[in-house]
Design a protein around this ligand. Structure first.
Ligand SMILES: [Zn+2]
Length: 275
C-alpha cells in the first residue's frame, strides 16, 4: 500500500465517527494460513473426500471507546515462515499480531480484553503476548485446558499465566454482552468444542457483523451442514450452525467465517477497518 494511502487509512480508522454513540471499530488481522490436504476432516459424511483446501486463519481487533479487545490470538509465533506441507493439515504464519498492532499504534499491553472463540491452538497461539489482558472464554473450554489427556488440537501453553491465576480470567456460560451496551456480544455456540463462542459486533455504519469462531469453518461446509469429524458434539454443532445462520439472516449481518479465505473478505484487509 502506498505511504500516503496507508497514512489516510490509519487516520480514518483511528478518528471517531461524529454521529455514533460509542466509538466502535473493527479490524481483521492476518493470523496465518492452514493447508488442509485431507479436507474430508471437515465432514463426517464423506462430503469432501479426496479434496484439499487452503484455509485462512483470521483474528480481529476491536476498539470500543478507548478499550482495545482482541478476538482470537491466531497461530503460534513458532510457525513464522513455516512451510505449508505434506501432512493432512499444516499451518504457517506470515506476520505476528503484535507486528500488525504496531501499525495502528497499539502495543500488546494495550489489549484489555482477550476474547477466545475456543481453546484450539490456532485461536490462542499468540495469547501470552497480551500480558495486561483479561481472558474471556467459555467456561467449558477454559476447564478443558487442565484435563489429561488434552482434547484434540488444544494447547494450553499460551494461556499458562491465566491458568496459574496471574492474569484475570472471566469464563462465560450462555451469551455474554462484553461491554454491557449490546454492541459486542459473545454468542454461545457449543459443538465444535464444548465452550465455543461466536462474536456479534454491531457497527454503527457497517451494521452487524457475525464472527463465526469455528462454529462454521468455510462456506461450502456451512452450506452442506457438514460437521467436522473432530468436533466435540455433532447435535450441538448442527444446532449452533443453525442458530448463527438464523441470526445472520434476521439481522442482515455480514457472516464472516473466520477460516474461509474468501469469506473473510466481507471485512476489509488490515490496516483498513470497518466502523
Ligand atoms: Zn477449532
Amino acid at each position: 500500500m502506498p505511504l500516503l494511502i496507508l497514512a489516510v487509512t490509519l487516520l480514518a480508522c483511528l478518528l471517531p465517527l461524529r454521529d455514533a454513540a460509542a466509538k466502535l471499530t473493527l479490524w481483521r488481522l492476518d493470523c496465518g494460513a492452514i493447508q488442509v490436504n485431507d479436507l474430508d476432516l471437515f465432514s463426517d459424511t464423506f462430503h469432501f473426500a479426496g479434496r484439499q483446501k487452503r484455509l485462512a486463519n483470521s483474528c480481529y481487533l476491536l476498539r470500543h471507546d478507548d478499550v482495545w479487545m482482541l478476538w482470537d490470538a491466531g497461530l503460534p509465533e513458532s510457525l513464522l515462515g513455516a512451510p505449508l506441507g505434506g501432512q493432512p493439515m499444516s499451518a504457517s504464519l506470515e506476520k505476528t499480531i503484535a507486528e500488525q498492532l504496531r501499525a495502528v499504534g497499539v502495543a500488546p499491553e494495550d489489549i484489555a480484553i482477550l476474547g477466545a472463540s475456543h481453546n484450539h491452538f490456532d485461536h490462542v497461539g499468540q495469547a501470552s503476548r497480551f500480558t495486561k489482558a483479561r481472558l474471556l472464554m467459555g467456561q467449558a473450554d477454559f476447564a478443558a485446558l487442565s484435563t489429561d489427556p488434552l482434547p484434540f488440537a488444544v494447547d494450553p501453553r499460551p494461556l499458562d499465566a491465566w491458568m496459574r491465576g496471574e492474569r484475570p480470567v472471566e469464563t462465560a456460560t450462555g451469551d455474554r454482552d462484553v461491554f454491557g451496551d449490546g454492541s459486542v456480544v459473545m454468542l454461545a455456540v457449543p459443538g465444535h468444542t464444548p465452550g465455543s463462542y461466536a462474536l456479534l459486533v454491531r457497527l454503527p455504519r457497517t451494521g452487524p457483523v457475525l464472527l463465526s469462531g469455528d462454529a462454521a469453518i468455510f462456506d461450502e461446509q456451512l452450506a452442506g451442514g457438514d460437521v467436522p469429524s473432530f468436533n466435540a458434539d455433532r447435535a450441538r454443532s448442527v444446532a449452533s450452525m443453525q442458530r448463527l445462520q438464523a441470526i445472520a439472516e434476521r439481522l442482515g449481518a455480514r457472516f464472516v467465517l473466520q477460516h474461509d479465505p474468501d469469506g473473510i473478505g466481507l471485512l476489509p484487509a488490515f490496516p483498513a477497518c470497518a466502523k
